[in-house]
Design a protein around this ligand. Structure first.
Ligand code: 9PG
Length: 414
């Protein structure tokens, strides 16, 4: 299909909408909008209404840029929204542009709204004008037709180990927590980061001498689903996998492995999820979790699969991501998949739950990180609530996960 660049010199009437196919679009606005709705790329990325007079501030550290933002647009001079952007023209007068395919971006450049598919192909856009709930619900209906939705009407109630124990977990501590739940109405007991050797080495660490299958049995013995965390698309450098399969890593044009930000064990690198051996390895990994007895999989740091880089198969990065997610979905069978740190639109239809904001934390804001490093995506109560609230419109497509609620009487700065 030839790529088509469209200049539109008219706006839809109030409550009207249209679908237009184009590789890029330019829409002249009657005046500078009052606010711009910026949708962030992945679970943790800032999603909110912004004042167009405030220029975008790039996240200052490369580690956080790689982990929390779409690095492709980190230094853009204008605000750029991932897949869907909107402007407020007047009271209850919102104009939304929403991509109906992967790689769509929406940029506000003064009095012009520009929409484009990053990979340059032509696909549909929704242009809708009306009240905020009205335009977002039109977008959601079309997204469902395009990508599908969760198989679960209701989100399960989950106990997650991260926010009370972080990575300091072991068999004994978790068993105590499991027994301590008594008959509290949790549907899932989910083991978070810390059970494994390392990211990429998905075997029980030394703190779980009885193995992970035995722990899944213990969980099921309480009548709950067994949940486990893993980050299938990242690896840490001190792994055999790194030296045994150098061609499994995502690399830049010069051949250096792509850094995908920090996690609790340090620097992470992305896998080339278009490589057939990596895809086989991923399917095997997910089968292993299911065979161990886990029926709730929290898949984290998923953005790394769609990082910019040179891949075995020369396909757009979000297409590569969705193909790999499809393979994971099939391998997971009936297991519930919670996608975290995940590119939002490319995950729809392939996951059941989706994290829609950064981690919560026992403080309102981490000023050094949020303000001095310009990182609005870092764990904090403010950031978690802000981004989650601006993604409520996704709730009929997927079980939206605003992260956890927890109670603390000590070590609490709120
Ligand atoms: C486990 C956690 C939890 C959490 C996820 C994700 O390095 N960091 O600053 C960092 C911050 C947050 C983070 C991971 C690393 O959160 O959202 O629920 O599963 O991983 O590592």
């Amino acid at each position: 299909m030839p790529t088509q660049q469209l200049n539109l010199d008219f706006l839809p009437e109030a409550s009207a909408s249209q679908i237009i196919g184009a590789s890029s679009l330019r829409l002249g606005l009657p005046q500078l909008p009052k606010r711009f709705f910026r949708h962030g790329w992945q679970s943790w990325t800032l999603t909110t209404w912004l004042d167009p007079a405030d220029p975008p501030l790039p996240v200052r550290s490369p580690e956080f840029r790689a982990r929390d933002e779409d690095p492709a647009y980190a230094f853009a001079k204008n605000h750029i929204a991932a897949w869907v952007g909107a402007v407020e023209l007047g009271e209850d007068d919102i104009l939304l542009i929403g991509a109906l395919d992967l790689s769509g971006r929406v940029e506000l450049d003064g009095e012009t709204l520009k929409a484009f598919y990053e990979d340059g192909h032509q696909a549909n856009w929704l242009i809708a004008r009306g009240k905020e709930p009205e335009v977002f619900s039109k977008y959601v209906d079309l997204l469902e037709k395009e990508f599908g939705k969760t198989r679960f009407e209701k989100a399960p109630r989950v106990w997650c180990s991260w926010y009370s124990l972080y990575k300091w977990i072991n068999e004994g501590i978790l068993l105590k927590a499991l027994n301590g739940l008594g008959d509290l109405p949790f549907d899932v007991f989910q083991i978070d980061d810390g059970w494994q050797d390392e990211s990429g080495h998905w075997k029980a660490g030394k703190n779980f001498p009885s193995g992970m299958a035995a722990f899944a049995d213990k969980i099921k013995g309480t009548g709950r689903l067994a949940g486990i965390w893993l980050s299938p698309f990242i690896v840490t450098p001190n792994l055999e996998l790194f030296s045994e399969h150098p061609n499994w890593l995502l690399r830049d044009e010069e051949g250096s492995p792509i850094k995908t930000g920090l996690n609790w064990t340090g620097q992470t690198y992305g896998l080339d999820i278009t490589h057939p051996e990596v895809l086989d390895w991923l399917a095997e990994l997910i089968h292993k979790m299911v065979d161990w007895g886990y029926d709730y999989l929290k898949l984290d740091f998923l953005y790394a699969g769609a990082a910019i880089g040179k891949r075995y198969k020369d396909i757009p990065r979000e297409v590569a991501y969705r193909n790999a997610q499809q393979i994971i979905r099939e391998a997971a069978g009936d297991a519930y998949i919670l996608a975290c740190g995940a590119p939002i639109i490319p995950s729809l239809g392939l996951c059941d739950g989706l994290r829609v904001g950064p981690d919560v934390a026992p403080y309102w804001l981490n000023k050094p990180l949020a303000v001095w490093l310009n990182n609005p995506n870092d764990p904090s109560t403010q950031n978690a609530i802000r981004t989650s609230l601006h993604r409520l419109w996704l709730r009929t497509l997927v079980n939206i996960d605003p992260d956890v609620l927890y109670f603390r009487s000590r070590h609490n700065a709120l």
